[in-house]
Design a protein around this ligand. Sequence first.
Ligand SMILES: *[C@@H]1O[C@H](CO)[C@@H](O)[C@H](O)[C@H]1NC(C)=O
Ligand SMILES: *[C@@H]1O[C@H](CO)[C@@H](O)[C@H](O)[C@H]1NC(C)=O
Ligand SMILES: *[C@@H]1O[C@H](CO)[C@@H](O)[C@H](O)[C@H]1NC(C)=O
Ligand SMILES: *[C@@H]1O[C@H](CO)[C@@H](O)[C@H](O)[C@H]1NC(C)=O
Length: 383
Amino acid sequence: MYLRLRRIRKYHFMQLMTTCLVLSVVMLYWEKLNSTVVTHVKSYSYRYFINSFIYINKSFTISPEEARSFSNYPFLLDHPDKCAGKDVLLLLLVKSSPDNVERRSAIRSTWGNETYIQNTLGVTVKVLFALGTTGEEATWTSRSGQVLQAQLVHEDQVHGDLIQQDFLDTFHNLTLKLIMQFHWMHNRCAHARFLMTADDDIFVHMPNLVAYLRDMSSGGVTQLWIGKVHRGAPPVRSKSSKYYMSYEMYPWMSYPDYTSGGGYVVSTDVADKIYHATLNLNASLYIDDVFMGICASIVGVTPKEHVFFSGEGKAPYHMCIYNQMMTSHGHVEDIHNMWKAATDPEIKEWTTGLFGKFYCQVVKIALLCKTYVTAYPCKAAFL
Ligand SMILES: *[C@@H]1O[C@H](CO)[C@@H](O)[C@H](O)[C@H]1NC(C)=O
Ligand SMILES: *[C@@H]1O[C@H](CO)[C@@H](O)[C@H](O)[C@H]1NC(C)=O
Ligand SMILES: *[C@@H]1O[C@H](CO)[C@@H](O)[C@H](O)[C@H]1NC(C)=O
Ligand SMILES: *[C@@H]1O[C@H](CO)[C@@H](O)[C@H](O)[C@H]1NC(C)=O
């Protein structure tokens, strides 16, 4: 009897201890748990059950005079006639920064080579680099801001493809750069059939993209906004994150759907709507792709997923991937090799036919359906 009681006590004691342990672990990691699991559950629930962003419109709307302060920085470098008199399929604006001379040069000689695109693909694509300014102290190198600016002017004289507005080129000014791009298109290149905005460290498979856009264009597509879509993404509330978002700036638990800023495409009607949305909006929310989502939700445009647009991820190096890829993120040193490999005419021969198709099917499953995240989702293997 006594023994049994002791056993029961012991059992209860163990139970109590375990509960305490679990609770303290949960409390210890609550912040982490909260920032990952709970916030996602909340934001997904919001996204899928309520999904109304009317309040955003109210909260972000300001007067046109106030809104102008986000777009009226003078242009230091500009090319007003870049698109004039041409049937431009795609206006491709690359978000670059003054220091990234090498990236721009690599892009010009690979996927951003307008001459190649015109001669080989038979369409007009205009590629320009969107820049802000470098402050005197803001340079990481020893070169002063003035010297750097003189170099930019020279670079622009040689290539004629820089547009620069007089705001500091920083991460927290990316939304100003977004506005700059949509306003530039509206003022200088409104007749381009598509606008793409891209980072300067992505790879664009131009032949695939052009084929896709041609298709879309001949079908008379409107309301197009494609890229890697973030659905029901919760704002990051951890102050240590680069993407930290304060409750003052954005009090809600979910962002409207948006495409990853690495590279996405909109049709000309969408570009026009976004332009008009920016005329009344408070653009101090500095995460540019989220801000794009806000503009779009206000004008009733929703993004569509294209599985071969990568968000953060880098595409696997394989011809069966090159065959279908649109963008891949994180390419700087390998961009020349990748361009050569991805545009090799032999790829078509190897990947068509019964055997080629079967081979690529197996390869794509092996490359894309691993447990860890790659640039493209597993379902991309089955398209
Ligand atoms: C762009 O392509 C053309 C034609 O293919 C080529 O002659 C030219 O050298 C290329 N430009 C650069 C900067 O590589
Ligand atoms: C954005 O640019 C403006 C104008 O140059 C500058 O005053 C401001 O400090 C910049 N903001 C950030 C966060 O870098
Ligand atoms: C824009 O939003 C910021 C941050 O939420 C706020 O501090 C600022 O006052 C707003 N600007 C206007 C003109 O309402
Ligand atoms: C957003 O708000 C503005 C002014 O508050 C209003 O004129 C406009 O119609 C609203 N747009 C939508 C899509 O609700």
